[in-house]
Design a protein around this ligand. Sequence first.
Ligand code: GAR
Length: 194
Amino acid sequence: MKPRIAILISGGGSNMVSLVNSMKSNRINALPAIVISNNPNAAGLKKASELDVPTISIDHKIFNGNREAFEETLNNTLQRETIDIICLAGFMRILSHSFINQWDNKILNIHPSLLPKYKGLNTHQRAIDASDKITGCSVHIVTSELDGGLVLGQKSVNISSDETAQTLAEKVLVEEHVLYSKILDDFINNIYVQ
Ligand code: GAR
């Protein structure tokens, strides 16, 4: 049986679209079971529906800062959908230790920098401000340390002299799409095909 993947998003969802397309065309041996957004207005929700992937929005705001209650609802949804692997794809909420421990080694994230450089936000501007010549993206296992889990793969991108955070984000995003599909496929093959 193919592993069932939940993709968690907060925004545009271009990485989600790329992962779903890779699964649908069997470039990843897995099923896109559900797309979940903490932001009910995320543009990615409509894109997922257009790709015939079920969607659920769990608006974190209605939990009034109670992260435990938000994560309980999230966890119940993941259990109900019998999810095997969670892919964070532009999901902009920090998950608690307790949630991550329940999904130990089952959560992947894509991050727009060459980790361990530039954990957190504004990665492209920080790379430009540091006069870096190269940046990129990383796929890693999610652990309790923010953007600190084992890096499974990276792709680099040259930073040109007239680069802005916006142009760099666009260039890196293209590489993110390629990298995430490849790494998710490798990850599944390592776990499920022994
Ligand atoms: C991507 O660049 C992803 O790496 C980044 O958000 C963007 C989402 O784009 N994620 C993070 O910064 C996580 N800390 P998308 O919604 O078009 O996939």
